[in-house]
Design a protein around this ligand. Structure first.
Ligand code: UDP
Length: 421
């Protein structure tokens, strides 16, 4: 029977082991292959909310290919985007509550979440696998309700350091029912969860993915001129992030206005193509930002993906910007930071946990606490190109040593093995 609420993604691409093993320290390669050999013939299935848009989809698109290349069978499912608008509205509220927002979720909304989760659970139960890995709160309850899987893992990718208690209390039994619960930061772990089930490791980027392409700034600027209308010669500041209150684009505009007192010709690009289907609030945030940016010819907003090659445009923006900022209020990790650091960008970021995990203030980027401070650091980087270059090189080294895919794959394999043992 055709699955109505979840869909499998057909990934026809392949990666070759030799291509990614070279990004691993000698000593770890054997460990990776050993862990993979324990899982050969086993099947790991991941499910998340969307096929495209946002960091989790980005990770899963590569993870499955890496597993397959190591002899571990793997598939990736996502929620049919047409299931129910109301479901995504309530899961968006749950997401916000878990990041600390005091949201109100009505009885009717909980019922909708439970109704669809039950239907998804029934479809999950039909999937043949040894490990079922469930990503993020959209699927938290469905994974909990799926009864026929012995080994279930819940991946929480968001900042749950100060959850809104009312909502958390309702979800806690579901979270605690998983065999393993994975967070990207020790600070995100709630004391009310059983410690023996908890694992903590950070996400990473796939150095083989097209997103990680490095091109010269000149080429990237010409691309943005042609496809985004941004003049190629003025100082360019950019934030690449979905239009979402947690990403705080408003604060970036405030900082940018201060920068313009020193660099009147500067331009700002906010690149947040609306490809994820689970974020109904994005349009509202975009409209608010558009109203503030107004008709000013120095702020460029990229929201509608129609007619754009989103991947190429994003890559080019990350290569083209003179300064990249990431102003998130909360950030589970922030792959955009990693991606830009890999491209030798010295990022100016907020003190959100995921960003602090990656940026060592003054070494490979800056951590700033206000629009004024952000503006000051943007001006510093624009006026000290050789310092910016050195910090950018350090940023790439940080990613090479800590946040590349082979390490993440190893963490996953160890986790599955610990589950199956
Ligand atoms: N992204 C993109 N184009 C955009 C905005 C975001 O390709 O216009 C990608 C970005 O490159 C990154 C992911 O979406 O791979 C965002 O992941 P992150 O962990 O930074 O944040 P999330 O959106 O998951 O909160």
């Amino acid at each position: 029977m055709k699955n109505l609420n979840i869909r499998k993604i057909i990934l026809s691409k392949q990666v070759r082991r030799a291509d990614f093993l070279r990004f691993m320290p000698e000593g770890q390669k054997g460990e990776l292959l050993k862990q993979a050999s324990y899982l050969r013939g086993k099947r790991v299935v991941h499910i998340n909310a969307v096929a495209d848009g946002g960091g989790v989809a980005e990770i899963l698109a590569s993870l499955v290919l890496y597993f397959r290349s190591l002899g571990v069978e793997s598939d990736w499912y996502f929620i049919n985007p047409d299931v129910s608008k109301k479901f995504f509205e309530v899961t968006n509220k749950i997401h916000n509550a878990l990041q600390g927002a005091p949201v109100k979720i009505s009885g009717r909304e909980w019922t909708e979440y439970e109704r669809l989760s039950g239907r998804i659970a029934a479809e999950l139960d039909k999937i043949d696998c040894d490990v079922l890995a469930v990503n993020d709160p959209q699927l938290l309850l469905a994974g909990h309700l799926a009864r026929l899987h012995k080994h279930k893992i819940y991946f929480s990718h968001i900042d749950t350091s100060s959850v809104f208690r009312q909502v958390w209390k309702k979800l806690l039994p579901a979270v605690a029912s998983y065999h393993r619960i994975v967070f990207s930061n020790r600070n995100f772990v709630s004391g009310s969860l059983p410690g023996r089930k908890i694992k903590v490791f950070t996400p990473a980027i796939d150095p083989l993915a097209p997103k990680q392409k490095i091109v010269s700034q000149k080429v990237a600027r010409l691309y943005l001129k042609k496809h985004g209308g941004i003049p190629a010669s003025c100082p360019l500041v950019a934030q690449v992030s979905r239009f979402d209150v947690w990403k705080n684009p408003m604060g970036v505009i405030q900082a940018f206005r201060i920068v313009q007192n020193t660099y009147p010709g500067a331009q700002l690009a906010l690149v947040g193509f609306n490809t994820a289907k689970d974020n109904p609030a994005a349009m509202v945030v975009y409209k608010d930002i558009a109203a503030i940016a107004g008709k000013s010819r120095d702020i460029y907003l990229f929201f509608d993906p129609k007619g754009k090659d989103v991947l190429e445009f994003t890559v080019m923006a990350q290569n083209a910007a003179d300064v990249i900022v990431q102003n998130s209020v909360k950030e589970g990790f922030g792959l955009v930071v990693t991606e830009a650091m890999w491209k030798r960008q010295a990022i100016i970021g907020s003190p959100a946990s995921g960003i602090r995990k990656q940026i060592q203030n003054g070494e490979n980027g800056f951590i700033v606490k206000s629009p004024e401070e952000m503006a000051q650091k943007i001006i510093f980087l624009l006026s000290h190109p050789s310092k910016k270059r050195i910090m950018g090189k350090t940023a790439r080294k940080t990613v090479l040593e800590n946040f590349l895919f082979p390490r993440l794959v190893l963490d996953h394999l160890k986790l599955y093995r610990s589950c199956l043992k």
